[in-house]
Design a binder for this molecule. Structure first.
Ligand code: F6R
Length: 246
């Protein structure tokens, strides 16, 4: 299997390359539909994207953003929500119109309807062009937790214990995390291009399982290896002792 694997010496270098890819996707298709993960990993990528776009007047005015995932029970006004993170790191600096941001509203009464609304929006926009993903310590992508069906579109999921524990790092005070809402693996696999980023030695083990283990829903991130236009970008510490592609 050919694997589009790139290993960079530093987090900065990885982030520059990831940012270049985001920018390029918009230069190639100014009405691109993007779907971006939140979390610690892409922070620097997004700050490079915003700075570069401003400096070089890259036009993001026709771009649409689709929500990847959100914590259920955490309002958008909470700085730890995925919405607040992306608003601060991309939507505000890139001046994205509200009607080009299609985000799960976890305060809606009917979350199943919310899932259907986002499923329909993806179809209406002609599919996702570019997805940037991180990988959880348990191998999740978005909130597709270990064991999830490959066939699902957007859905509400009970979060894995690891996700609830690790997730505390995004919040200024202890926050009850139980359920998440996420695009499904079916939608992730249909997106036209995927970049999966991992940095830091904490991710070594899960990256080894993702790239060298069996492709299975035990490690949802492993499906990236089946995507025809999937790229994995690592820094040296996340790559660890990988034997492939180096
Ligand atoms: C968040 C998301 C998650 C994170 C993953 C890694 O929107 O989709 O799957 O990408 O949990 O998070 P960090 O980058 O904080 O290690």
């Amino acid at each position: 299997m050919t694997m589009n694997l790139f290993v960079y010496k530093t987090y900065e270098e990885l982030s520059r390359h990831a940012a270049d890819q985001v920018i390029q996707s918009v230069v190639d298709k100014p009405e691109a539909v993007l779907c971006m993960a939140t979390g610690s990993t892409p922070i620097l990528t997004y700050s490079y994207v915003s700075a570069f776009a401003k400096q070089n007047r890259v036009d993001f005015s026709r771009v649409h953003f689709i929500s990847l995932d959100e914590w259920v029970g955490v309002p958008r006004t909470n700085a730890g929500s995925c919405y607040a993170f992306l608003h601060a790191s991309l939507f505000a600096p890139l001046v994205i119109r509200n009607d080009h941001i299609h985000f799960f509203n976890t305060e809606a009464d009917d979350l199943v309807f919310e899932c259907k609304r986002i499923d329909a929006k993806i179809i209406e926009l002609g599919g996702i062009d570019f997805m940037l993903l991180g990988v959880g310590m348990n191998g999740h992508i978005g909130f597709n937790e270990p064991g999830v069906s490959r066939k699902l579109n957007a859905h509400v999921i009970e979060l894995d214990e690891v996700t609830c524990t690790v997730g505390q790092k995004y919040f200024s005070e202890e926050t009850k995390l139980k359920n998440g809402i996420t695009l499904g693996l079916a939608q992730i696999m249909k997106s036209r291009k995927i970049l999966l980023l991992a940095t830091g030695s904490d991710k070594q083990d899960i990256i080894r399982k993702t790239l060298e283990g069996k492709i299975s829903n035990d490690v949802p991130a492993s499906f990236i290896r089946k995507h025809p236009n999937g790229y994995v970008l690592l820094d040296l510490s996340a790559a660890g002792e990988l034997t492939i592609g180096l």
